[in-house]
Design a protein around this ligand. Structure first.
Ligand code: NAD
Length: 483
C-alpha cells in the first residue's frame, strides 16, 4: 500500500494541524486480508476531543462561520474533484484497511465524490418559508447550523458514511468532529487531507481516531457538541443517545437491519436474481442494509432457490486485492461472531455455498458466502443481524403472510418487493416497515440522492439526499409585527 498512502497515519487532525495524540498512544493497524499488522493509528482520547471541539467552535466564530453557502458549496465540490483525482489511491487504501474487494472500494470512493458534488451543489439551495399569520405581521423561517456536529462512524463503509454525514453537516455550515472506527480510519484521514487541500478552513473538520469507549464516548457526551450523528450497532447507539441526552443534544442513529426482499410468483426472476444475492454478499455481508432475508412465494421457491444456490456456489472469497466476489471479514472477532451463527444453524439445509480460494492467506478472516433455506421466521438466523455473508431463504404462501414475516423483526431499514402486479407493489410499499422500500430493485447502500434511515431498532433520523440538510440544521421562526 505504501506508494498509495501519501500521508502519515499516526496523527490526529485538529484545527488544521496534524499532530501526535495528546496522550501519545497508538493502536495497531491490521490488514484483514492477511491478519498482519501493517502500521499504527493514533489513539485519540478525551484531551484530543476537547481540543477538536474547541477548534470547531473557533471555526464557527471565524472564517468558516462567515462563509456564504455558495462558498461552502464550492469547497465541497472541490473536495469531490480531489477525491476523483486520487481515486486509485483511495481504492487501494480502503481495500487494504477494510478488506473489501478493490472494485467495491473504488465504488465507495466514487460515492464519496458524489456526496461532495451533491452537497456542494445543495449548500445554497436550502430555503425557509413565509407563513401567513395575524394582520400586521410578517413571519418567515430560516435554517441555521446546529453548531458543532459530532460524527461517529463504523468501519464497513467509511468513505460513504463520511460523505453522507460530514458532507451534509458542512454544507449547512456546521463544524465537524469526526471519530472514525478503530478498525478502519485511513480514508477518514485521507478525507481530511483532501478537505484541507480544497481550502476548508482550519477547525471546520477535525478527525480524531481512537477507541469507541475513549474518544467515541468523550465525543458523544461532550457538552460543547450540538448534534451527534452515529452510525453503528444498536448497543452503542443506545449509549450514544443516553450520553447526548445529558446535554439535551439531538441525535441521528443509523443502526443495523435485517432487511427483507419479498419475491412473488409473478416476479421477473432474471431481473431479481443479481439483486437478491448481490445485496447480501456485498462487502462480505457487512452492510447495514444487506438483504439478509429473502422471502419467496411457494410457487417459485424451488426454482429460485436452485438459481440462487448456483450463484452462491460460484462465489469466491479471497484477499481484497484479488478483487473477487468477497473479501475477508474485518477482524478475527467478526469472523468468530459470524461462524457462531453458522454453528447455530448446523441443522438448517444449505442451498448454496461459495469457496475460499486456496491461496488465501491463513491469517485472513475469511468466511464463505452461505445461503440457508427453509429457515423458520423466528429462528435466530432470521431475526438477528449477522453482519457476514449469510442469507436466509423463507417460503411464504400469501401476501398477508409475507408482510407479517417481513415486518416480524425488531428492525426496519430497507425492504424490497419483486412483483409485476402494480396494486400489490403499492400495498406493500405502504405496509412494509422500513425507511426505504424498493420495487423491483434493491439499493443496498446506493443512492446518494435518496433519504435513508430506519425505524424501530434500525434507528431514527434521516441521512442522504436533501432531507439530511434539514437534519443537520435547526429551524428558526422570525415573527415581525410591523402594523
Ligand atoms: P460499533 O457500534 O461497534 O462501532 C461504531 C462506532 O462507534 C465506532 O467508531 C466505534 O469506535 C464507536 N464506539 C464504540 N463504542 C462507543 C462508545 N461507548 N461511545 C461512543 N462511540 C463508541 O459498530 P461496528 O461494529 O463498527 O459497525 C457495525 C454496525 O454498524 C452494524 O450493526 C451495522 O448495521 C451498523 N451500520 C449501520 C449503518 C446505517 O446506515 N444504518 C451503516 C453502517 C453500519
Amino acid at each position: 500500500m505504501d506508494k498509495h498512502l501519501w500521508y502519515d497515519t499516526t496523527s490526529v487532525f485538529v484545527n488544521g494541524r496534524w499532530q501526535a495524540p495528546a496522550e501519545g498512544g497508538q493502536l495497531p493497524l491490521e490488514d484483514p486480508s492477511t491478519g498482519e499488522e501493517i502500521g499504527t493509528i493514533a489513539r485519540g482520547t478525551r484531551a484530543d476531543i476537547d481540543a477538536a471541539v474547541a477548534a470547531a467552535q473557533g471555526a464557527l466564530a471565524g472564517e468558516w462561520g462567515r462563509m456564504t453557502a455558495l462558498e461552502r458549496g464550492r469547497i465541497l465540490t472541490r473536495i469531490g474533484q480531489l477525491v476523483l483525482e486520487r481515486i486509485d489511491d483511495l481504492a487501494v487504501i480502503e481495500a487494504t484497511d477494510v478488506g473489501k474487494p478493490l472494485t467495491q472500494a473504488r465504488n465507495d470512493a466514487l460515492a464519496l465524490a458524489r456526496y461532495m458534488e451533491f452537497y456542494g451543489g445543495a449548500a445554497d439551495k436550502v430555503m425557509g418559508e413565509t407563513i401567513p399569520y395575524l394582520d400586521g405581521y410578517t413571519v418567515y423561517t430560516m435554517r441555521e447550523p446546529h453548531g458543532v456536529t459530532g460524527h461517529i462512524v463504523p468501519w464497513n463503509y467509511p468513505m460513504q458514511i463520511i460523505g453522507r454525514s460530514v458532507g451534509a453537516a458542512l454544507a449547512m455550515g456546521n463544524a465537524a468532529v469526526l471519530k472514525p472506527a478503530e478498525e478502519a480510519c485511513l480514508t477518514a484521514l485521507a478525507f481530511a487531507h483532501l478537505a484541507q487541500e480544497a481550502g476548508l478552513p482550519a477547525g471546520a473538520l477535525n478527525v480524531v481516531p481512537g477507541l469507541g469507549e475513549e474518544a467515541g464516548a468523550a465525543l458523544s457526551g461532550h457538552a460543547g457538541v450540538n448534534h451527534i450523528s452515529f452510525t453503528g450497532s444498536v448497543g452503542v447507539g443506545k449509549l450514544v443517545q443516553a450520553a447526548a441526552a445529558e446535554n439535551v443534544v439531538p441525535v441521528t442513529l443509523e443502526l443495523g437491519g435485517k432487511s427483507p426482499q419479498v419475491v412473488f410468483d409473478d416476479a421477473d426472476l432474471d431481473a431479481a436474481l443479481p439483486f437478491l444475492v448481490g445485496a447480501c454478499i456485498q462487502n462480505a455481508g457487512q452492510t447495514c442494509s444487506a438483504s439478509s432475508r429473502v422471502l419467496i412465494q411457494r410457487g417459485i421457491y424451488e426454482e429460485l432457490l436452485a438459481r440462487m444456490g448456483d450463484s452462491y456456489n460460484g462465489m469466491m472469497s479471497g484477499p481484497a486485492r484479488a478483487d473477487l466476489n468477497l473479501g475477508p471479514l474485518i477482524s478475527a472477532r467478526q469472523k468468530e461472531i459470524v461462524t457462531g451463527y453458522m454453528e447455530a444453524a448446523a441443522d438448517l439445509p444449505i442451498a448454496g455455498q461459495g469457496t475460499i480460494i486456496d491461496d488465501a492467506p491463513a491469517g485472513g478472516h475469511y468466511v464463505p458466502a452461505t445461503l440457508y433455506r427453509d429457515v423458520p421466521p423466528d429462528h435466530k438466523l432470521a431475526q438477528e443481524e449477522i453482519f457476514g455473508p449469510v442469507q436466509v431463504a423463507i417460503p411464504f404462501e400469501t401476501e398477508e403472510e409475507a408482510i407479517a414475516i417481513a415486518n416480524g423483526t425488531d428492525f426496519g431499514l430497507v425492504a424490497s418487493v419483486w412483483s409485476e402486479n402494480g396494486a400489490r407493489q403499492m400495498r406493500l410499499a405502504k405496509k412494509l416497515k422500513a425507511g426505504q422500500v424498493f420495487i423491483n430493485n434493491y439499493g443496498a447502500g446506493g443512492g446518494v440522492e435518496l433519504p435513508f434511515g430506519g425505524i424501530g431498532k434500525s434507528g431514527h433520523g434521516r441521512e442522504k439526499g436533501f432531507e439530511a440538510l434539514y437534519g443537520f440544521s435547526t429551524l428558526k421562526t422570525v415573527a415581525t409585527r410591523h402594523g
